[in-house]
Design a protein around this ligand. Structure first.
Ligand code: GLA
Length: 361
């Protein structure tokens, strides 16, 4: 059997927090690290996954896939296999080795990178042609059904479709994807707080439900359809928590639109201000920050060379993203790592997504 290798990077959310499942807007990049799968098809309808980093192996029969029967780390892969089968995309057994140079649980979506690498592996191994959006949806649905997180499509799309030197703008209603040039003078630093984020534990799904309650109360299909003005005029009709959740989403959508305009004009200073405003809204309105992330953003504010910083991804731990003047990465990393004992930093350029990487190799 021919050996196949696929790769998908992690992603970082530049601006637009929890907007994706509200059919809003988001700006993200792919990072220059990710998950690699190497393996081949098997003829005995069995699946064997070995994770080099975890030192663990999972063996399961193709016809007996169920989330509760398999260990949590293998659900990202097996959830994708399950989605292929549910969508009548014919797969057989296979064996793969998973290797990754992405820190797990650091807000870089190691999960989407593993899911996407699996989608690519299965489509190559079994000769299935898929459109990029279809790939992203299979990966997302795997996470809904096998992992239990009702995530949007930000992670899967940006890990697949990003381009180097560009931010990926996603309209999460039309799924129009645009590549906005990132000013060549900036670097991105991801500061992992060391606090494990608890997406799987339910906070994420609770936020999503709050947003749905807010949209219903406002009489709009999704919060994408609300404006700050409309929201403010209806403040008294909404419970305080629901109002603040909606304020965050509506504000984030406005910030993403303003942010992509700023990037198109090369105005990174303005973009940085929007990042700080996003973080403040996470703190006050969406309540998905934590003391450690707040401290990292405070440090960023005081450190020369940083344009902006905010929490990136689901929140409740994980990482901050810092937009930094090129050439000043070292001093910024030093300031961020001295903020708290368990902080680790990763300096990245805006990198190619999985599809662009596959084309180049
Ligand atoms: C996680 C989810 C995404 C998105 C972000 C928050 O990364 O997987 O779909 O909702 O959180 O913006």
């Amino acid at each position: 059997m021919t050996s196949i290798t696929t790769y998908a990077p992690g992603r970082a959310e530049l601006l637009g927090n929890h907007t994706d499942y509200n059919e809003g807007y988001v700006l993200a990049i792919a990072v220059d690290r990710g998950t690699t799968l190497t393996g081949q098809a098997r003829t005995d309808r069995r699946i064997r996954i070995h994770s080099r980093e975890l030192g663990k192996t999972e063996i399961v029969a193709l016809d007996q896939l169920a989330a509760e029967r398999v260990s949590p780390w293998s659900r990202y892969t097996l959830g994708v296999v399950d989605q292929f089968r549910r969508n009548d995309l014919h797969v057989e057994g296979f064996e793969i080795e998973v290797t990754s140079n992405l820190p797990l649980g650091a807000g870089l979506s190691s999960s989407a990178s593993l899911e996407n690498a699996t989608v690519l592996f299965l489509s190559q191994a079994f000769g299935i042609k898929l459109e990029p959006l279809q790939m992203a949806r299979l990966a997302q649905k795997a996470e809904h059904d096998f992992v239990g997180v009702r995530c949007g499509l930000l992670d899967q799309i940006s890990s697949l479709m990003s381009r180097d030197q560009h931010a990926t703008f996603i309209d999460c209603r039309s799924f129009d994807v645009q590549h906005v040039p990132l000013d060549g003078r900036v670097s991105v630093i991801i500061a992992n707080s060391g606090v494990k984020h608890a997406l799987v534990a339910g906070e994420y799904n609770e936020r999503r439900s709050d947003c749905e309650v807010a949209a219903r109360a406002l009489g709009v299909p999704f919060l994408r359809d609300a404006t700050t003005e409309m929201l403010k005029s209806r403040k008294n009709d909404l419970a305080d928590r629901i109002y603040r959740r909606a304020l965050h989403i509506v504000g984030e959508n406005e910030r993403v639109l303003a942010g992509s305009e700023a990037l198109r004009h090369g105005d990174v200073t303005r973009f940085g201000e929007l990042m700080y405003a996003s973080h403040e809204s996470s703190q006050a309105n969406f309540e998905n920050s934590c003391a450690e992330l707040d401290q990292l953003v405070e440090t960023a504010r005081k450190t020369p060379g940083v344009y902006g910083a905010r929490l990136s991804g689901g929140g409740f731990g994980g990482a901050t993203i810092n937009l930094v003047e090129k050439g000043r990465e070292k001093e910024v990393v030093k300031a961020l790592t001295s903020t708290l004992p368990n902080v680790s930093c990763l300096v990245t350029e805006a990198a190619d997504g999985a599809l662009a990487c596959a084309k180049k190799h």
